[in-house]
Design a protein around this ligand. Sequence first.
Ligand code: GLN
Length: 190
Amino acid sequence: MKIGILAIQGDFEAHRKRLEELGAETVLVKTAADLENLDGLVLPGGESTTHMKLLTEEGLFDRIVERARTGMAVFGTCAGAILLAKEVKNPAQPSLALLDITVVRNAYGRQLESCVTKQTADLTGRPLEMVFIRAPVIERVGSDVQVLARRDGQPVLVRQGRILAATFHPELSSDPAVHEYFLKMVRDGR
Ligand code: GLN
């Protein structure tokens, strides 16, 4: 199984480490050519406006959309979830629009900007550590979107078909459950 990690900016190394610990082969993606032959792609955290700019400049934007529509699984965390969202607010910005959700950027306010919390997740049925860093809030989920974990009732881990998004950073906690789930999703081919 070959998993690409978008490596233009942000915390891609932590994803790489986690995926390799779980037995996946990884590729750091910097150009559109790096997307060939991938079974899955991770869009890491960072600054979504910077990611969007570079995706467009590198010709990655169109190619990711094409590959995702023809079966490549995609997992976005935090800024990556913003890139996947169909609608982005605060402020509005363009996105890959592969996932039917609306997100509000930096929506937790200054005091709560970054935090670590443990909440029982549907995904695991047990408490899951969630690290939030200037995270977006998922304000709306479409009817085809499954909610796999919530923070105080609000969706924070969602899936639609082969697209998975977390507003927190599973690569920064010791629990590998979310990456395991993504790899299973890639392997199962649905
Ligand atoms: N605040 C960033 C954004 O809006 C996301 C932060 C993150 O990825 N940790 O793009």
